[in-house]
Write a protein that binds this ligand. Structure first.
Ligand SMILES: Cc1cc2nc3c(=O)[nH]c(=O)nc-3n(C[C@H](O)[C@H](O)[C@H](O)COP(=O)(O)OP(=O)(O)OC[C@H]3O[C@@H](n4cnc5c(N)ncnc54)[C@H](O)[C@@H]3O)c2cc1C
Length: 424
């Protein structure tokens, strides 16, 4: 329940925003097109509230993680509030009456805000819409830089709401101010003040290993006080003081919390990670932010199924490296990769299974053994599948398909836990 509280509060605040407008309608005072203005203002307020939540979630508040189930889940909520605000903005535009002959400051501000938001949101949708992807390019860093201006258009949208000549009420305006403060405050925190409060911790690259021809293991040692690594399975953001690598990217900490270094296991999949594979050198300075995340098997029941797809093995590596006094859960661990050479740390996983009688490790090469299926996992688990907790990390289509199948097989939704490797 605690994990859902964040989303619940957001839903309640959205409902309250609409309720405030319904309970305190603006005075008619002979206003032409009163109903359209009324609905338009209500929707406009809701857009401001939703956008302020998105801006708040972008600040990466570590303290709020327990109320959403981790930072990766907060990004999912961010995606939902932003998409809802974007769609409602169109309905708002269609509902308010606009006279081309009688435009004033409020209308111009609305146009600037609307066009700015569209310019930023379309590339965000691009990875999901192939046509847009071709149009905008798929460079994440370019998108991230553009995305930073969203707060400016939020402020313009707010200025539009107070300068446009539409019927309103003091109570609704005051209610709206809460979200305006939240949104602007969050934006300023992210872009200006955050650096004075957030912990950007200096590290040095102590070792760079290549366990296969597309994976890099980076070993980082803190220059001073290390980050707080509370439990196995967490992730961090890292940037390196090196040309082409000075961008903040999220990676799971594949080492255990008791180790005096941080280990990252990184698959070369795009510009940054390929450049890192080819160029990262021992001795390079790094800046680390974290640790974040609540992917923690110790928090749930004894019977567990772990499923790792490809580089999604990293949180599980951390779980295994954390086993100092033996596993306290009965675990069926499935690690699936296409080809044998991709199964980095296979020997380490098999050794952990030999040492822990409660751990059954099954490594699967889909090119020769065929794809792993949920039916097979359920059959192997035996007993009542509803009692199992499932932990998954891997490519999004695989995780989504498996989640659906596990639920069909009877695993309660609350027993399925997964790590999102995608923030966009
Ligand atoms: C919580 C979490 C844990 C992760 N753990 C690992 C791990 O242990 N090992 C591993 O190999 N990969 C991990 N990833 C994925 C890794 O962050 C991306 O593969 C990497 O950032 C890709 O960058 P690129 O420029 O090489 O690829 P691109 O092709 O540019 O990006 C591929 C995708 O990676 C994501 N991405 C790219 N840049 C960023 C960024 N700056 N911030 C956030 N997301 C970005 C976007 O979804 C993008 O569409 C993790 C991701 C998340 C969110």
């Amino acid at each position: 329940m605690k994990k859902k509280l964040g989303n619940l509060i957001i839903i309640v605040l959205v409902i309250l925003t609409i309720a405030v407008w319904l309970v305190f309608p603006p005075a008619r005072d002979g206003v032409e097109n009163y109903e359209r203005y009324y609905v338009g203002m209500m929707l406009g307020s809701t857009v401001i509230a939703l956008m302020s939540f998105s801006l708040f979630l972008s600040t990466r508040p570590k303290w709020a993680e327990p109320y959403f189930g981790g930072l990766d889940k907060m990004y999912m909520t961010h995606r939902r509030t932003s998409t809802s605000a974007f769609l409602l903005m169109f309905v708002h535009l269609l509902s308010v009456p606009i006279s081309i002959m009688n435009l004033h400051l409020g209308n111009y501000l609305a146009m600037a805000s609307f066009l700015g938001i569209i310019a930023i949101v379309l590339p965000t949708l691009a990875p999901r819409i192939p046509f847009l992807s071709k149009l905008t390019g798929s460079d994440y860093e370019g998108w991230k830089k553009l995305h930073r201006y969203i707060g400016v258009f939020f402020i313009l949208g707010y200025l539009h709401s107070i300068t446009v000549n539409a019927p309103t009420t003091k109570i609704a305006i005051n209610w709206n101010q809460i979200f305006v403060f939240l949104g602007i405050g969050s934006y300023l925190y992210t872009e200006v003040f955050g650096r004075f409060f957030k912990k950007y911790v200096p590290y040095t690259v102590e070792a760079v290993n290549h366990p296969n021809n597309s994976t890099t293991e980076v070993v980082l040692r803190a220059k001073g006080q290390p980050i707080k690594h509370a439990h196995a399975g967490q992730f961090l953001f890292v940037r390196f003081k090196e040309k082409g690598l000075d961008e903040s990217h999220p990676f799971t900490i594949s080492s255990a919390p008791h180790e005096d270094v941080l280990r990252l296991t990184i698959k070369a999949s795009g510009n940054f990670t390929r450049h890192l594979f080819a160029n990262l050198k021992v001795g390079t300075s790094a800046i680390v932010e974290g640790a974040y995340g609540m992917f923690n098997y110790k928090m749930t029941g004894e019977k567990q199924i772990w499923v790792a797809g490809g580089i999604g093995v990293t949180p599980f590596l951390s779980f295994l490296r954390d086993l100092k006094t033996g596993l306290t859960h009965d675990v069926d661990f499935y690690y699936t990769v296409r080809h044998p050479e991709e199964a980095v740390f296979k020997d380490e996983i098999e050794a952990a299974a030999k040492q822990n009688s409660r751990l059954k490790a099954r490594i699967r090469f889909s090119s020769t053994d065929g794809s792993l299926t949920v039916d097979e996992i359920v059959r192997n688990a035996g007993g009542d599948i509803r009692e199992h907790h499932v932990y998954m990390c891997g490519p999004l289509p695989m995780v989504q398909a498996f989640e659906k199948k596990f639920m069909e097989a009877g695993v309660p939704a609350g027993n399925i836990h997964f790590e999102e490797f995608n923030f966009r």
